[in-house]
Design a protein around this ligand. Structure first.
Ligand SMILES: Cc1ncc(COP(=O)(O)O)c(C=O)c1O
Length: 432
């Protein structure tokens, strides 16, 4: 593996970024790398270093960067206009495809980001039920709204079901509108839903929370409690939608929510997300059906943007081809198994968790089923590991390997060699 180099041009951009951006970054990945281009499963930085890309733009680039069919679709649309505010054919066709693919989706409303989709999904549930409180799960991520930033990453977890705000600047009253439960504890979730059934507007969950698969029966228990009391169940499928299978996590795990949110893959690398759900609930977005008093107003300048819609449609077309998911799963499985073997052979206290399209190493040997188990992961070891992987030409987020249809055998070999180096370096770290 070649040494990473830093060109003067990249260094100058990093310094400009430090001058004009808080923390020198867009707020996402640290600003110590500036990406110039991406193609397939690889990206290059401004210095010319190449990386196998397991960041995938934080998930949207599931079929790889600059896929020729997506590029062609976008290039065909751009000279015809890039945004209209009014309905356009491509946005309508994309909504039609989502309704065809996703079990809970009888109607679709487009927005521009997952954050918005989740915030509207919660508002929709509140409007439908005529109640205020939402149950979410500790460690669950639903974007950056005031309501979502509750017990996402509490340093000192509170007593369930009390919420812990994740950011300053959130009105203190919001905290009381959210109830928090531990992920994968079906009994506690059922009992909290029962106890608060008369105040609850909805339950929102990532069906696969960050990297944590649901334990058998957990999603089914949520489904049952919500059905028993007529409380809308919201699956946040911003990550899992069209990734775990064409019908998303609801198809993969066989549990259908009342509402789901989608993002990332459906925009083909452009800003587009959606709320989708039962027709009677989604009808609140329709003044003619809901009536003036119950109508939920919702407008967005770029909603259903035609460039994003053609990119999304081209992406979905590729995913419908026979063998697409089998290929992603085979690639992910090879990586997960190869990494697990390397960790095991070195007897490191670390393990691979997740599913083939989305997994990572977690730096603890114990069972990990919820946020509090996850907190036992060794953060220093994770940093050393990720730093070593970057040096070996792997781009990834702090806690995710996203696998794409574009990753090939050479990418797998490169990734496993990089992990082997990181494991060897770790084995040489003196014990504390
Ligand atoms: C599960 C989940 N929900 C919501 C969001 C927010 O999406 P966006 O970054 O488009 O606002 C994300 C983003 O990563 C996510 O992972």
């Amino acid at each position: 593996m070649n040494e990473r180099t830093h060109s003067e041009a990249e260094q100058a951009l990093i310094e400009t970024a430090r001058r004009v951006l808080p923390a020198g970054s867009f707020g996402n990945l640290a600003g110590d790398i500036v990406i110039r281009e991406g193609r397939g499963g690889r990206v290059r930085d401004v210095s010319g270093n190449e990386y196998v890309d397991f960041l995938l733009g934080s998930g949207p680039m599931f079929i790889g960067h600059a896929h020729p069919e997506v590029v062609a679709a976008v290039q065909a649309q751009i000279p015809r206009g890039t945004t209209f505010f009014a309905n356009n054919e491509h946005g309508i066709r994309l909504a039609e495809e989502i309704v065809r693919a996703v079990a809970c989706a009888e109607k679709v409303r487009f927005v521009s980001s997952g954050t918005e989709a989740d915030a509207y999904a919660m508002r929709l549930a509140r409007a439908f039920r005529g109640r205020d409180r939402i149950l979410k799960f500790e460690g669950g991520y639903h974007g950056m709204s005031d309501y979502s930033l509750m017990s996402l990453a509490p340093k000192r977890p509170g007593n369930f079901p009390q919420a812990v705000p994740d950011s300053p600047g959130i009105p203190s009253s919001v905290r009381d509108e959210m109830l928090i439960a531990p992920f994968n504890n079906a009994e506690m979730a059922a009992s909290l839903i029962h106890e608060h059934r008369n105040e609850l507007a909805g339950v929102i969950v990532e069906p696969f929370q960050r990297l944590l698969p649901p334990q058998p029966g957990f999603l089914q228990a949520l489904r049952k409690s919500c059905t028993d009391y007529g409380i809308p169940l919201i699956f946040d499928e911003v990550v899992t939608g069209f990734r775990f299978s064409y019908g998303g996590a609801q198809e993969f795990y066989g549990v259908t929510p009342d509402i789901c949110t989608l993002g990332k893959i459906i925009g083909g690398g452009f800003p587009l997300a959606a709320i989708a759900g039962r027709a009677d609930i989604m009808a609140l977005f329709d003044r003619a059906v809901a009536g003036d008093d119950r109508f939920l107003t919702q407008i967005g300048t770029l909603s259903g943007n035609p460039v994003a819609a053609v990119a999304g449609l081209a992406t979905l077309e590729i995913l419908r081809r026979p063998g697409a998911y089998e290929q992603v799963f085979a690639t992910g499985r090879q990586l997960m198994e190869g990494i697990s073997r390397l960790l095991k052979d070195a007897a490191l206290p670390a393990q691979v968790i997740g599913v083939p399209p989305l997994f990572d190493i977690i730096y603890t040997a114990g069972e990990v089923k919820d946020y509090r188990d996850w907190q036992r992961s060794d953060a220093e070891m994770q940093k050393r590991f990720n730093r070593s992987l970057r040096e070996s030409g792997i781009l990834k987020g702090d806690s995710k390997f996203y696998v794409s249809l574009a990753h090939d055998e050479a990418d797998i070999r490169h990734a496993l060699a990089a992990v082997r180096s990181a494991v060897e370096a770790e084995a040489a770290v003196p014990a504390q």
